[in-house]
Design a protein around this ligand. Structure first.
Ligand SMILES: Cc1cc2nc3c(=O)[nH]c(=O)nc-3n(C[C@H](O)[C@H](O)[C@H](O)COP(=O)(O)O)c2cc1C
Length: 211
């Protein structure tokens, strides 16, 4: 498979609410010509069906991204690995995926990453990012949060991960659910070191579109 930009990014999708954040992030990275190495947990697959559409299965991912976000989502390439495949390339530090985002990140997977459990490919790939001192971005979604979850966030931050909670802002005047997803996806792209045009930069005042 071609790797047009030379940028190879791992994307883990777990069973927290907000799979739309994952789809918007994937589409934006593909628009920039990345190669994505994608892993869904079992509950990540379930939430894709529950929150997007009853026929939104992972096998149709490319089609879903192009239908929602346009042909630009076909610019890059992607592969999907099983979360049970501990022999996948992402499980090794010798594999050159440069960064990883787990979006959305469940409290269960957060706990696994915080404690280095490596019970699944997503947890193992995250551990590889931490041990190799590469960028790991976690996008937790839960409310309210338990004390163990808060401690797990601190442990991951201390280990070098960027904690980027799924907390969209409202000062950019979002009009649609896609606007909210684009805000978080834009933040993720910035955290991964990409330019992004998914929401406007703050200029010092609210940009109201007069009707
Ligand atoms: C509809 C639905 C919504 C859920 N939302 C969340 C959530 O927002 N945050 C969370 O931590 N877990 C949530 N869960 C629970 C996780 O899916 C569950 O803990 C699962 O075991 C996580 O496994 P995974 O991390 O391997 O995907 C949800 C489950 C369902 C069925």
């Amino acid at each position: 498979m071609t790797d047009p930009s030379g940028r190879r990014i791992a994307v883990g999708v777990t069973g927290a609410s907000g799979v739309i954040y994952a789809l918007r992030t994937m589409a934006a990275l593909l628009e920039q010509g990345c190669h994505l190495e994608i892993v869904f947990s079992d509950y990540g697959r379930r939430l894709l069906l529950d929150e997007i559409a009853p026929d939104a299965n992972v096998e149709r991912l490319g089609e879903i991204l192009r239908a929602r976000y346009g042909p630009g989502a076909g610019r890059g390439t992607f592969s999907v690995s099983s979360n049970r495949d501990m022999g996948a390339a992402l499980a090794s530090g010798s594999h050159r995926a440069e960064a990883m985002v787990i979006v959305p990140c469940s409290m269960k997977t957060l706990a696994g990453v915080a404690h280095g459990l490596s019970r699944s490919l997503i947890e193992r790939a995250a551990d590889v990012m931490l041990k190799e001192r590469r960028r790991l971005v976690l996008v937790p979604r839960e409310t309210p949060m338990s004390l163990p979850a808060l401690k797990n966030l601190v442990a991951c931050a201390e280990a070098g991960a960027v904690i980027l909670p799924a907390m969209p802002a409202f000062y950019q005047q979002p009009a649609t659910i896609d606007d909210l997803a684009s805000f978080i996806a834009g933040k993720i792209l910035n955290a991964l070191g990409f330019e992004q045009h998914l929401f406007p930069q703050w200029t010092g005042r609210v940009n109201r579109s007069e009707t």
